[in-house]
Design a protein around this ligand. Structure first.
Ligand SMILES: Cc1cc2nc3c(=O)[nH]c(=O)nc-3n(C[C@H](O)[C@H](O)[C@H](O)COP(=O)(O)OP(=O)(O)OC[C@H]3O[C@@H](n4cnc5c(N)ncnc54)[C@H](O)[C@@H]3O)c2cc1C
Ligand code: SF4
Length: 330
């Protein structure tokens, strides 16, 4: 591992000043992704600014009736919080479907959003990878890509985003709050990750040296039911092959509100708006859910070895919506 300097910031201003002071600097959350990548030479910052001890932890109610997740709150604390479990169960389930208990105890909310892709070519500095080394090519496009994207990829990069938590946050229309030397800002999750395009190394719309300070969840009606389901290659310690975060509000058999987000299929959480539009205001029905999933996935462009993900995604969307509709009738 390349030598690096370490500083523990004591307040947000100090963290921002240190980050803007020049050189290749990174904020350090739980370190469960960044330090791994430094060990294998994918990341080589000159300076780490440890932000875990800033006053950015905890979970609170917002003035609008939503919830604010502090940037340094651990994944475990978010998943276990009684209000998150009660009001945003898909978020708690998504976090618990990822990594392991030990990792979730270390990993922070901000670090989870900014974790890098799990594409094997990205993790191996001897391989071509436009995301790691712009202009070097994409090893996965003609190589090993059975677990890569089926939606919205570009010839520059066919990787998926690995976060389970981000998929649930997309379904709940979360906003990411950040701070720079110029002031505070916020990005809806739908604009937080950049489309992959020709520049896969540019991953988010965050301004340079921005410190994520929190994630805001809008309020939800008490009758909105939500669920996260993840298909993966083994029962634990594996990233999503395909996952779905869905939320449904049904009144007397009619769908008032629906949110569907997919993981494991694109370079960012995929909000299934075509399917949502077909289902909203209609009568809850498994056939309709299947047709809506088909309509959404008509945009899929599977690679040579991952067409199975289209079937998987269709079945997962149909199953989760059907289960949620049935739970409304209980
Ligand atoms: C074996 C293994 C299995 C895993 N399985 C899963 C899984 O199934 N599903 C899943 O979703 N995840 C999984 N993970 C990933 C895990 O969730 C992430 O490693 C973790 O969430 C990253 O959080 P962190 O705080 O440790 O981030 P770090 O590693 O500290 O940082 C990650 C990135 O975020 C940046 N950063 C951190 N905090 C801030 C901030 N406040 N503002 C701006 N930038 C910041 C860092 O500079 C870095 O670029 C797995 C990890 C491992 C090692
Ligand atoms: S899919 Fe993306 S991350 Fe993987 S090798 Fe290609 S450019 Fe790199």
């Amino acid at each position: 591992m390349k030598e690096f300097a370490y500083r523990r910031a004591t307040d947000v201003d100090e963290a921002l000043r240190l980050a803007a002071a020049g050189g290749d600097t990174r904020f350090l959350g739980g370190g469960t992704n960044l330090v791994d990548l430094m060990k294998n030479g994918v990341e080589a910052p000159e300076r780490l600014i440890d932000v875990r001890f800033l006053p950015l932890g905890g979970i609170s109610e917002t003035s609008g009736g939503g919830m604010l997740l502090g940037a340094t709150t651990t994944n475990s604390d978010i998943a276990a919080h009684p209000d998150i479990r009660r009001r945003y169960p898909a978020l708690s389930q998504a976090i618990l479907a990822g990594a392991s208990g030990q990792l979730r105890n270390m990993a922070t909310a901000a670090g989870n959003l900014l974790q890098r892709t799990r594409c094997g070519y990205f993790a191996d500095p001897s391989e071509p990878c436009n995301r790691r080394a712009p202009g070097s090519g994409c090893g996965a496009l003609a190589g090993e890509h059975h677990n890569h994207a089926i939606l919205d990829w570009s010839p520059s990069c066919v990787a998926t985003h690995p976060s389970d938590m981000a998929v649930a946050l997309a379904a709940f229309d979360a906003h990411v709050r950040y701070q720079t030397m110029e002031g505070a800002g916020a990005l809806p999750l739908s604009r937080f990750y950049l489309p992959v395009g020709d520049s896969p190394h540019e991953e988010t719309a965050l301004p340079g040296h921005a410190l994520i300070t929190g994630i805001a969840l809008p309020s939800v009606t008490p009758t909105l039911r939500s669920r996260y389901r993840k298909v993966r290659e083994r029962a634990s310690y594996a990233f999503a092959t395909v996952s779905v975060a869905a939320a449904l509000e049904v009144l007397e058999g009619r769908i008032l509100d629906v949110r569907i987000a997919l993981g494991g299929v694109a370079s960012q959480p995929w909000r299934a708006r075509v399917a949502e539009d077909m289902v909203r205001d209609a009568a809850a029905d498994a056939e309709l859910f299947r047709a809506a999933a088909d309509a959404e996935l008509s945009a899929a462009r599977p690679l040579r070895d991952n067409a199975y993900k289209v079937t998987l995604a269709r079945n997962l969307i149909t199953t989760v919506l059907t289960e949620l509709a049935a739970s409304e009738r209980l």
